[in-house]
Design a protein around this ligand. Structure first.
Ligand code: TYM
Length: 334
């Protein structure tokens, strides 16, 4: 039997943050040798909110380079760009036509992002989860490793599969039902300036997030200024102390220590002792990623060849699924 397939993606920003890394990419890296993996830079999703056209191509390359820098291994995984495989847009259209509008207006992320944009909300933002479903379903993915915030989109994807197969499958499962893979630790990395808010690239404050390419000076400054509380002794899972839980979790994930080890080590610490420890740990954990990133970015030709090859491999599978979906919907193809 062949390996199960994994699909996941990140939107292209020039600089991924610790939420993207710890919630998603690090998990891809850890399990990639057990699966057949497709990791996409989702540049079509990137234009669902106002974007800078002069940055899009460069940010897409940087994100692909970050995948390699974080440890995605081409021996197990395919890296490609969403807009390079036109089947993504085409399947999104076909799925649009079987997706009830209220399924989309109910999405939490849509409501949150739409609120921020006021009257300028594009149809693309509403349609974001259908394109995401198309991404996953084109590859007949078994598992989709993501952070907690994507859970509802995965549920929608599963609803679309059920609806499509029921209406058009004639007893066969044209589309595969994917399972989300959401690890408990790191699934929701919180903002450094407010432990009740998710770390996010759209937060206007740079101090709210650590980016994987931040310099040691930037990391030091951000941790020095991050929000804490006046309580002495550091503990996990106290609902009254969201910042404390978040910072301990970051330390645990970046140091590779267990929760028990960290709980014991930090039980009697104050922030003055903990912050330098977290700073040093974060700098050391990100250093190899940053070095590898520079190597990849210095070899643009190599990155381009990775993406060309990725596009080829991804297209083959995607086009096959698209053909099956179109046939099920009743389209004829000579
Ligand atoms: P994006 O770019 O917003 O996020 C990429 C990944 O990072 C995770 N993530 C977080 N995890 C933990 N804590 C955080 N603070 C945090 N912020 C972000 C997200 O859960 C995600 O796994 N819609 C997707 C992109 C996408 C996709 C797909 C993913 C498009 N098509 C198909 C999987 C399969 C997104 O959230 O991108």
């Amino acid at each position: 039997m062949g390996r199960q397939r994994i699909f996941s993606g990140v939107q292209p920003t020039g600089n991924l943050h610790l939420g993207n890394y710890l919630g998603a990419i690090r998990n891809w890296v850890e399990i990639q040798d057990q699966f057949d993996n497709y990791f996409c830079v989702v540049d079509l999703h990137a234009i669902t909110v106002p974007h800078k056209s002069e940055m899009l191509a460069q940010d897409t390359y940087k994100t692909a380079a970050s995948y390699l820098a974080c440890g995605i291994d081409l021996q197990y995984s395919t890296i490609f760009v969403q807009s390079h495989v036109s089947a993504h847009s085409e399947l999104a259209w076909l799925l649009n036509c079987i997706t009830p509008l209220n399924w989309l207006t109910d999405m939490i992320q849509f409501k949150e992002k739409a609120l921020k944009q006021g009257e300028n909300v594009g149809v693309g933002l509403l349609d974001y989860p259908v394109l995401m479903a198309a991404d996953i379903l084109l590859y007949q993915a078994d598992k989709v490793p993501v952070g907690e915030d994507q859970k509802q989109h995965l549920e929608l994807t599963r609803d679309i599969v059920d609806r499509f197969n029921h209406q058009f499958g004639k007893g066969s499962k044209v589309l595969k039902l994917p399972d989300p893979l959401i690890r408990k630790e790191g699934a929701r990395v919180m903002s450094l300036t407010d432990g009740t808010k998710k770390m996010s690239k759209s937060d206007p404050s740079e101090l709210s997030r650590i980016n994987i390419l931040d310099s040691p000076e930037e990391i030091t400054k951000k941790i020095k200024r991050c929000k804490t509380d006046p309580v002495k002794g550091l503990v996990f899972d106290d609902p009254e102390r969201p910042e404390c839980n978040n910072l301990l979790t970051l330390y645990m994930l970046l140091s590779g220590k267990t929760k028990e080890e960290v709980a014991t080590e930090c039980a009697d610490m104050g922030w003055g002792q903990f912050k330098p420890l977290l700073t040093e740990t974060a700098i050391n954990a990100l250093k190899p990623i940053q070095d590898k990133y520079q190597d990849v970015m210095n070899e643009k030709g190599y990155l381009e060849s990775v993406l060309r090859e990725g596009r080829q491999k991804a297209s083959e599978i995607a086009n096959q699924t698209l053909k099956q979906v179109k046939a099920a919907l009743g389209y004829s193809m000579p």
